[in-house]
Write a protein that binds this ligand. Structure first.
Ligand code: GN1
Ligand code: MG
Length: 368
C-alpha cells in the first residue's frame, strides 16, 4: 500500500483519495481498487502494476488497449449511445500518457471502475454464462473491422501451441526444480496430445482459419454483467488482445466458465464439463458471431475448447516443472493441482466432443 501512495498523484483521478484495497483474483498483475471522494460522490478506479516478467513491453500493451478501447467505444456509440459501462476507460497520467513508470522501474496503469456490475464466476447460472458468450462474441464482432496487423503482439506466440509444446519438452528434460518424477502421468497425458494441440496453428497457417483480433484470455471472470439486468456489459483484462483465432476465445470461455469446479480444484474427480453451461455459452457466442465468422470457423469451435484446455494444462505443468516463475501461486504444488484439474476437464471434454459439436452445429443453423 505504501508504494501506491506515491503513484496516486501521477494519475488524473478525480476527488480526494479515501482508501485502497488489493484485488487478488488475477494470476499475473497486482491490482488495487481505489476509492476517491468527490463532494459526496464516490469515484472508483482500478490501479494495476503490470507484470513485466510476463509483459516485456508495457508501452505496447497500453498502445493496444488504448486503440482497441477507442475503436470499441466508437462502435458502441454508433449503435446505441451509452458507452460508459460498455467499454473500459483508461485513466490518463498527468502528462497525458496511459502508463506511469515509478522510481523502481514498475509500470502502472489505471481504469475507471465500472460499478453496479459483477463477474460471472463458477456459481454463474446458465443465463449468465450465455451473457458471457454474448460479451466475447460482441467483442470480436466490434473488432472485426479493426486492422489486426496494427496491434503489437504483447506476448509473442501466446497461443502458438506447438511452440509451447517445445518449451514444455525442454522443461521436462531440464527438470530444474526436480519435479518431473512426481508429474510423470501428467507429462505423459500432455505429450500424448501433441498432434491435437497443433491443429489450430496448422489450420491457420494453411488458411483454413482466418486471423482475427481476439481477446486471448476469454475467461468468464473477465466479463462484467449488469447487476440489475444480468446483461453483458463489457470484457476486461485486455492485456493479451492481439491477432489470434476465434477458436481460442470460445475455447477459453468453456474451459473456465463451463467447468464444474474451479481452476485449482484439489480433487480432479470433481472436475467435469457442465453441458448446460457449455450450451449456454455456445448460444451466446454463436448468436453474436454467426454473421461474420466463416462456417468453417464456427463448426470447428469445439476444437478450440480441446486445444486451449490442453494448452492451459501444459502451461501450468511447464511452470511447475520450472519452479513456478510465471503464475502466482498460493502453495508449493499449486501449479500441479491446476494441471490435474485442467486435465480432468480435458478428459471430460473429449468424452463429450460429439455432443458439443452437435450443439455447435444446431446453433450455427439456427443463427446463420
Ligand atoms: C492468466 O491474467 P489472468 O490471471 O486472467 C494468463 C492466461 C491464463 C490464465 C489462467 C497473460 O490470466 O493466459 O489462461 O491466467 N494470462 C497470461 O487462468 O498469461
Ligand atoms: Mg489475463
Amino acid at each position: 500500500m505504501e508504494e501506491i501512495r506515491d503513484i496516486l498523484p501521477r494519475f488524473g483521478f478525480e476527488g480526494r483519495f479515501a482508501s485502497a484495497r488489493e484485488l487478488t483474483s488475477g494470476h499475473i498483475n497486482a491490482t488495487y481498487l481505489l476509492d476517491f471522494e468527490d463532494g459526496g460522490k464516490l469515484n472508483q478506479y482500478t490501479l494495476q502494476r503490470i507484470n513485466t516478467y510476463v509483459f516485456h513491453h508495457p508501452d505496447e500493451v497500453m498502445s493496444n488497449i488504448t486503440r482497441v478501447t477507442e475503436h470499441l467505444r466508437r462502435g458502441i456509440l454508433g449503435l446505441r449511445g451509452d458507452a460508459s459501462r460498455r467499454v473500459l476507460e483508461v485513466v490518463r497520467t498527468l502528462d497525458g500518457g496511459a502508463l506511469h513508470e515509478d522510481a523502481r522501474g514498475g509500470f502502472w496503469r489505471a481504469y475507471a471502475y465500472i460499478s453496479g456490475a459483477f463477474v460471472p464466476e463458477r456459481e454463474a447460472t446458465e443465463a449468465q454464462m450465455e451473457q458471457a458468450g454474448v460479451a466475447f462474441g460482441q467483442f470480436q464482432r466490434h473488432l472485426a473491422d479493426f486492422p489486426a496487423g496494427e496491434l503489437y503482439e504483447t506476448i509473442p506466440d501466446f497461443h502458438n501451441t506447438p511452440l509451447r509444446f517445445g518449451a514444455f519438452v525442454r522443461a521436462v528434460e531440464e527438470d530444474v526444480a526436480g519435479r518431473a518424477a512426481e508429474a510423470r502421468e501428467e507429462i505423459r497425458q500432455v505429450t500424448a496430445r501433441h498432434a491435437m494441440m497443433g491443429e489450430i496453428v496448422r489450420l491457420t497457417a494453411e488458411g483454413t482459419l482466418p486471423l482475427r483480433v481476439t481477446h486471448n484470455d476469454a475467461k468468464a471472470s473477465n466479463v462484467l454483467l449488469d447487476e440489475k439486468t444480468g446483461e453483458a456489459l463489457c470484457v476486461i483484462d485486455l492485456d493479451t488482445v492481439m491477432p489470434g483465432s476465434a477458436l481460442y476465445d470460445y475455447g477459453d470461455g468453456l474451459r473456465y466458465g463451463a467447468s464444474t469446479a474451479k481452476e485449482d480444484e484439489e480433487d480432479p474427480g470433481r472436475v467435469f464439463l457442465d453441458m448446460g453451461k457449455a450450451r449456454a455459452f455456445t448460444h451466446g457466442f454463436i448468436r453474436e458471431t454467426a454473421g461474420f465468422l466463416t462456417r468453417e470457423e464456427l463448426l470447428r469451435l469445439p476444437l478450440g475448447a480441446l486445444v486451449i484446455t490442453c494448452e492451459q494444462a501444459m502451461r501450468f505443468l511447464t511452470d511447475y516443472l520450472r519452479g513456478d516463475p510465471y503464475y502466482k501461486i498460493d502453495s508449493p504444488r499449486h501449479n500441479l493441482v491446476r494441471t490435474r484439474a485442467q486435465l480432468a476437464l480435458l478428459f471430460d471434454m473429449e468424452r463429450r466432443e460429439k455432443e458439443l459439436s452437435e450443439a455447435v452445429r444446431a446453433d450455427v443453423s439456427r443463427f446463420s
